[in-house]
Structures are given as structure tokens and as C-alpha cells.
Design a protein around this ligand. Structure first.
Ligand code: 5RP
Length: 264
């Protein structure tokens, strides 16, 4: 496939090369450990899109967590010189614990790159995000970034988006009405995350999860349509934003660079 370049073309980090060339993860791991090891490998590999002097968007989730930890390690042990912008309180706390300098929100300008996870991605590099509820901050940070790199695993590689329930952040006021609007657009069930004990985002809002099923054939239009509903803060469709996907699997790491994207 032309959009795929093996990671050797992008990366020069010795250990990562070794990972690709040798069986990975090591034999004898359980499936759960294999998935975790693959996530870790993807998270670490993505760090090679980062270099000295960059301001970097730090995503949210269990895969990009490994990226943040590795960036912290490179700063402390290899004198990598970067600043970060976290996409959630959770990531902010992690970055602070690793002594990664953070840029105050009111001083954020353009970022060189954002590295973040995803719940689904398709062949056009469109994404569903927000499984962790951080989609609005993630999109704000991605939108001021010169490139977006997604760290992920093969389970999230889909033909058509939508099997993963689409997260939508809505304000608390009138949420029942907003839910009704969303339900009218969604062929499956739309429901407030957390039920009677609702999940509250870092911004103090609710999340509505919409079960479209694998039916989102025009994610660009759906993103715009949902953004047009009053009460909606943001939708977890990220279209025309990702430039590369780093996929960790027991077979190794694959990096897909979007043809015509900002990293091509
Ligand atoms: C959080 C997100 C995450 O990036 C997404 O849910 C993937 O997370 P994980 O790497 O833990 O599977 O969008 O809002």
C-alpha cells in the first residue's frame, strides 16, 4: 500500500528498530499483556515524530500514556527539549509528574504536533475519539497543531466508522432535549454515559454515546450536522485531522502516513 511506510523510514531510534526486527512482543505473554505491549510499542514509536524545540499536544488514553511517559524519559535521560499541552486533567497530572514543562492555555500558539489515541480509524484517516471523554480538549489541541499522529492498535482499524459508540459532549442544561435531537439522527440507541450517575467531563459537561453501528459513510457531513445541534459542545468525529497512524501489534509496528497529509 502506498500510504504505508515501514517505520524504518521514519524512525532512527535504535531500540525501536530492534523491536521491529525481532519477534515482538516477547513470546509467552498473555493476550492482555500482548495488547498492552503493542500499545506501549506504538506509544513509544510515535515519540520519534518529536524533536528538540517542539511544542507538543499530549493526548489522552491508555496508549498515548506510553508516549507521554517516553517523552518524559527522553527529556530526563536524553535532554530532549520540548513543551507540552495536555488534552485532559489526567494527562496534565501525568505530564507534571514527569516534569514535562506545560504551556499555559492562554499562551498556546501553534503546536508542532499532537500525538493522541483513537477509538476507531478508517482508510481516510478519519477518527472516532472520546472513549475517555476528553474529545473537546483533544480537538482544540489538534486544531492548533501542524500535524496529528495517532497511536493505536489493529482492533481500531475499520472499514466504516461507527461500531464504537460515537461520543458527543453536551452541556448539562437541557440535555434531555439535546439527547432527543441526537436520537433522531442515530439509528441505534443514544444514551447519556454513566446513566443515573453521569460521567462528567473535565469541562463539566455530559457525554452522549450514539450507537450508529458501522454505518457512518459520510463522517464529514455527520460531524457538521451534529455540531449544528444547540447544546452540543463537540462531537468525537475527527475528520481531515490525522496525518499518520502508528499501529502497534504483536507482529510489530506499522506507520501509515496519509498521502497528501502534512507529514507526507
Ligand atoms: C480519549 C480518547 C482516547 O484517545 C481514545 O479513547 C483511545 O484511548 P485508548 O488508547 O485508551 O484506547 O479519545 O477521549
Amino acid at each position: 500500500m502506498s500510504i504505508i511506510r515501514l517505520i524504518e523510514n521514519r524512525l532512527n531510534h535504535h531500540e525501536i528498530r530492534q523491536m521491529i526486527c525481532s519477534p515482538y512482543p516477547p513470546a509467552g505473554l498473555s493476550i492482555v499483556d500482548e495488547v498492552e505491549a503493542a500499545k506501549q510499542a506504538a506509544g513509544i514509536a510515535a515519540c520519534d515524530f518529536v524533536s528538540d524545540g517542539m511544542d507538543v499536544g499530549l493526548g489522552t488514553g491508555s496508549t498515548v500514556r506510553y508516549t507521554v511517559i517516553e517523552l518524559g524519559r527522553r527529556m530526563n535521560e536524553e535532554k530532549l527539549d520540548i513543551r507540552g499541552v495536555p488534552t485532559s486533567i489526567e494527562t496534565e497530572q501525568l505530564a507534571r509528574s514527569l516534569s514535562i514543562p506545560l504551556i499555559a492555555w492562554n499562551e498556546v500558539g501553534r503546536l508542532s504536533v499532537t500525538i493522541d489515541g483513537a477509538d476507531e480509524f478508517d482508510s481516510q484517516f478519519h477518527l472516532i475519539k472520546g472513549g475517555g471523554g476528553a474529545l473537546t480538549r483533544e480537538k482544540i489541541v489538534a486544531q492548533v497543531s501542524d500535524a496529528m499522529v495517532v497511536v493505536t492498535d489493529p482492533r481500531k482499524d475499520v472499514g466504516t466508522l461507527g461500531k464504537f459508540p460515537l461520543p458527543i459532549e453536551v452541556i448539562q442544561f437541557g440535555w434531555e432535549v439535546t439527547l432527543r435531537h441526537l436520537q433522531e439522527m442515530c439509528p441505534g440507541v443514544a444514551s447519556r454515559r454513566g446513566g443515573d450517575e453521569p460521567f462528567i467531563t473535565d469541562n463539566g459537561n455530559y457525554i452522549i454515546d450514539c450507537n450508529f453501528g458501522a454505518s457512518i459513510t459520510d463522517p464529514v457531513k455527520l460531524e457538521t450536522d451534529i455540531q449544528g445541534i444547540s447544546g452540543v459542545v463537540e462531537v468525537g468525529l475527527f475528520t481531515h485531522m490525522a496525518d499518520a497512524v502508528v499501529i502497534g501489534s504483536p507482529q510489530g509496528i506499522e506507520v501509515r502516513i496519509k498521502t497528501g497529509g502534512r507529514l507526507a
